[in-house]
Design a binder for this molecule. Structure first.
Ligand code: HEC
Length: 138
């Protein structure tokens, strides 16, 4: 039916453009899914202090954008987020491991342009090793 309509209205070029746009968008959706979840997670849980654009507030909340720390060892980044540090609240038992991973991917890729692969298992591994480390430090 759509085809007939298009043929009749001579809207073929438009149809191909729409089709192409659709393909491109759905292509991005597969890799972009994590980005959307991570972005939402970030905006809901972190942006109040670190700001929507990751720039933070000088003297109060450190920037996550163009940050050597965020761009560095993902395990250290995960540790701060999971366990908190000074004025930074702990999110380890608030957010799922998947969401923690997606948020770290988001702040590294979006604010620091570092392609990042992280899974819930990586978050779990950091939690296990941190528990051991904290037990040693006690
Ligand atoms: C209530 C305010 C607040 C919220 C909400 C918050 N943070 Fe923080 N964050 C801080 C503060 C304050 C520090 C600095 C802690 C310190 O001085 O050791 C910090 C530090 C950090 C650091 C270390 C930066 C560095 O350069 O050492 C990272 C990474 C981070 N936060 C990520 C996040 C993420 C991701 C979220 C959301 C899941 C989040 N923060 C939510 C206040 C907050």
């Amino acid at each position: 039916m759509i085809r007939q309509y298009l043929r009749r209205s001579g809207a073929r070029p438009l149809a191909s453009t729409l089709l192409l746009t659709g393909l491109l968008t759905s292509g991005f959706a597969t890799s972009g899914q994590v980005g959307v979840v991570g972005e939402t997670g970030y905006q809901q849980n972190c942006s109040a202090c670190h700001m929507a654009n990751g720039e933070g507030i000088p003297g109060a909340f450190p920037p996550l954008a163009e940050s050597g720390f965020v761009a560095g060892d993902t395990r250290e980044v995960l540790r701060v987020i999971a366990y908190g540090r000074a004025g930074m609240p702990a999110f380890g038992s608030e957010l799922s491991q998947e969401l923690l991973a997606d948020i770290v991917i988001y702040i590294r890729e979006h604010f620091n342009a570092i392609p990042t692969h992280l899974t819930a298992e990586d978050v779990q591994a950091v939690k296990v090793s941190s528990t051991a480390r904290m037990a040693r430090e006690d």
